[in-house]
Write a protein that binds this ligand. Structure first.
Ligand SMILES: C[C@](O)(C(=O)O)[C@H](CC(=O)O)C(=O)O
Ligand SMILES: [Mg+2]
Length: 297
């Protein structure tokens, strides 16, 4: 009720404990605060806040058009409704190393538990598209060092993402990951891993927590949570899954209204009002001040 009871510090500490637990941490992507509430209610370990989803939500392609203000404010709206830790995608850190530092300060002030910063050039593109380009290792090291030094809360999780596998190959991506850890990153997001073999190679070479991106319709084989657990991966994100499902359902709804002139035939596919009220915790508000509550249905 009235948002989360856990403090940002507690969420960050829970995030770190989860990463160190040996149990795969599962972070579905939330496209709204309400979705984050559902993810928490359904028993997941954390919330992923996707750059692709934030861009799409604004009607934009995932090519680095969003601003720090847009991303951090939406991230705040999502992170504050849940007791779970939220990991947010901040693309390349919104510019130069100094911008990456400013990004960290903003995210800390707005209650995020962690973020990932990637080594693509600006403007970035979705990590599953062709013709990506990455900056020199030294430039990304400066981004990570600036971000790490900007932290006031040592529990804020700084994840370095490398897109280099697609451009320079697996071994080069591993060497970059090592450099990013030396620069102060807490964990590694190896983007667009093809299959188990590539995750195994990273797991053997990298002593820090690893994130697996199980996004649909891209370059990665979709591996189950059990497989990722057995590979020793520390966390998995499902960044766009819920948005894709929601948009698919919305399209069916619109076509039904167009053709049938009514939503009668799809009522059973909807979240019922009572279920929505249950998720929102209407009863808690009732108990908060029974003299006011009158939202009976
Ligand atoms: C993880 C990601 O960075 C995101 O923005 O959610 C995207 C996901 C996607 O486009 O499927 C990415 O992998 O680049
Ligand atoms: Mg992204």
């Amino acid at each position: 009720m009235l948002h989360s009871t856990a403090t940002p510090k507690e969420k960050r500490q829970a995030f770190r404990s989860g990463l160190a637990s040996g149990k795969l941490q599962r972070f579905p992507g939330a496209f709204s605060p309400l979705t984050a509430m559902l993810i928490e209610e359904q028993g997941f370990d954390g919330i992923y806040i996707s750059g692709a989803v934030l861009s799409a939500d604004l009607g934009l392609p995932d090519i680095g058009l969003t601003t720090l203000s847009e991303v951090s404010q939406r991230g705040h709206q999502i992170a504050r409704v849940t007791d779970l830790p939220s990991l947010i995608d901040v693309d390349t850190g919104f510019g130069e190393p100094m911008n990456a530092a400013r990004t960290i300060r903003m995210l800390e002030d707005l209650g995020l538990a962690g973020c990932h910063i990637e080594d693509q050039v600006n403007p970035k593109r979705c990590g599953h598209l062709d013709n990506k380009a990455v900056v020199e290792t030294g430039e990304m090291v400066r981004r990570i060092k600036a971000a790490a030094s900007a932290r006031r809360d040592p529990d804020f999780v700084l994840c370095a993402r490398t897109d280099a596998r697609a451009i320079e190959g697996l071994d080069a991506a591993i060497e970059r990951a090592k450099a990013y850890l030396d620069a102060g990153a807490d964990m590694i997001f190896a983007e667009a891993m093809a299959d188990e073999r590539e995750f195994e190679a990273f797991r053997r070479a990298i002593p820090a927590p690893l994130l697996a991106n199980m996004t649909e319709f891209g370059k990665s084989k979709l591996l189950s949570a059990r497989t990722l657990q057995n590979l020793g991966i520390n966390m998995v994100i499902y960044p766009v899954t819920l948005l894709r499902l929601a948009m698919g359902a919305a399209e069916v709804g619109l076509k039904t209204l167009q053709i049938e002139g009514s939503q009668e035939s799809i009522l059973d596919r909807m979240q019922h009002r009572a279920r929505l009220y249950e998720l929102l915790g209407y009863e808690d508000y009732n108990r908060f001040d029974s003299s006011i509550f009158n939202f009976h249905i």
